[in-house]
Design a protein. Structure first.
Length: 427
């Protein structure tokens, strides 16, 4: 299942892998030049992919690629080799080549073109190993046309229900579409309905399963570090640079996937553990509960989570151990896409906010400001409205005060606004 979000028309979803497979075949199968570790999930897949790629770069002995979506500021962020973004010219030329691979009356979508460019780039530059993050779902996602060594499902929640289904079981079935016969799978914390569906498919395909909380897990130590216990290995002394208990889950899942790969290549635990601990500790993923990197950060944080599960995870962090410290006024600079559960998101985060500034996203699926104001009214949240991000920033900053916190939240598009307008980009 793929999204089209090009500049010439509205974003659409067009199920099917036939276009992607045809384009790959017509261009000599660039995807056959490398193998992937594919990461799917409702929440956490970007951070998990980041942790996983960070470990692989230190152990693979060669270049490692990563393909993620969406981007925050520029599309070049999506395709990286050893941390370096694809050059703008290479991306532009790649898109032109991808456009010529479409079929008459059935052109490639934006996401399919981007995925083809990634495959072509990795093949041309001799990248043997790639971390691939799915876009939407998994079963029909363009990335699923590639060949995985390990598959990962981080979480399953109620998101993209128009396309993936209205129940956890149906959505889990779409996510589990990335599983391949005999390819090992790593699972995060799945609710019972989703877990049943995924594990049933794994059994049918003879996939060996490692599951967080059952086959591996993490434990916090008194010095603030934590240890991840894996089958046959223990990674100790991890101190994350990303806030939130949920990031420890993501780190553990990423480490489990990396260990499945490393163990299969004969890398001993004594080599894997210290390298992996350092790699995970140094990993950073913009837009996921992190401080906005201003020259003088006057209490500005960003979180791109966009569904109620993400909001609940964020609320737990703020309620239990806010990374900016306790006792500060928190003003949300909030906007969401129209196809998201705005009411559920705000209901989950409401206890942590002293007020909300709403503004319209610059996106074809943006929620109107008056609709966001109505959600605030229903939730009983003090609200002020702005015409755009710059005005919203000024209002939120003044409302929070010198010692308060502005939390940009509700969408990765909003996170992108924060980096674009306040930080100048994403490295």
């Amino acid at each position: 299942m793929t999204r089209s979000s090009g500049p010439t028309g509205p974003e659409t979803v067009r199920p099917g892998l036939s276009r992607m497979r045809s384009a790959l075949a017509r261009s000599g199968h660039p995807e056959s030049a490398f193998r992937t570790l594919q990461v799917a999930g409702t929440n956490g897949k970007g951070s998990t992919a980041c942790f996983l790629e960070s470990v692989l770069r230190r152990l693979a002995g060669g270049p490692v690629g990563i393909y993620t979506s969406p981007h925050l500021v520029s599309p070049e962020e999506r395709i990286r080799i050893d941390g370096r973004k694809i050059p703008h010219r290479a991306l532009r030329e790649g898109f032109r080549a991808a456009a010529r691979l479409g079929e008459a009356g059935n052109p490639l979508t934006y996401f399919e073109k981007m995925t083809w460019v990634a495959c072509d780039r990795f093949a041309r530059l001799g990248v043997p190993l790639v971390v691939m993050e799915t876009g939407l779902g998994g079963r029909w996602d363009a990335t699923t046309a590639c060949r995985p060594l390990v598959t990962v499902i981080t979480t399953v929640g109620l998101d993209h229900r128009d396309w993936l289904g209205n129940t956890l079981g149906r959505i889990a079935g779409e996510k589990a579409g990335i599983l391949k016969r005999g390819v090992p799978v790593v699972l995060g914390r799945l609710r019972a309905a989703a877990r049943t569906v995924v594990r049933r498919r794994a059994r049918r395909l003879s996939c060996d399963v490692w599951e967080l909380g059952k086959d591996f897990g993490w434990s916090l130590r008194g010095d603030g570090t934590f240890t991840v216990g894996l089958p046959g290995a223990s990674v100790e002394g991890i101190r994350l640079g990303m806030a939130g208990e949920f990031q420890r889950d993501n780190a553990a899942v990423g480490l489990a996937a990396a260990w499945r790969w490393a163990h299969g290549r004969g890398i001993p635990p004594s080599t894997f553990a210290p390298v992996a601990a350092a790699a995970v500790s140094s990993a950073r993923w913009p837009g996921r509960l992190c401080p906005l990197p201003l020259r003088k950060n006057a209490g500005a944080w960003v979180d791109g989570g966009h569904n109620p599960d993400a909001a609940r995870a964020l609320a737990r962090v703020i309620g239990e151990a806010p990374p900016w410290g306790r006792g500060k006024r928190v003003i949300g600079l909030w906007s969401m896409l129209a196809d998201k559960d705005q009411a559920g998101y705000l209901r989950a985060l409401r206890p942590c906010l002293d007020g909300v500034v709403v503004y319209p996203l610059g996106h074809e699926r943006a929620t109107a400001v008056h609709a966001l104001e109505e959600q605030c009214r229903r939730a009983g949240v003090p609200c002020r409205a702005a015409d755009g991000f710059p005005e919203g920033w000024r209002i939120a900053r003044n409302w929070a005060g010198r010692n308060g916190v502005v939390l940009v939240c509700g969408s990765l598009v909003a996170a992108g606004d924060a980096y674009r307008h306040r930080a100048g980009g994403v490295d």
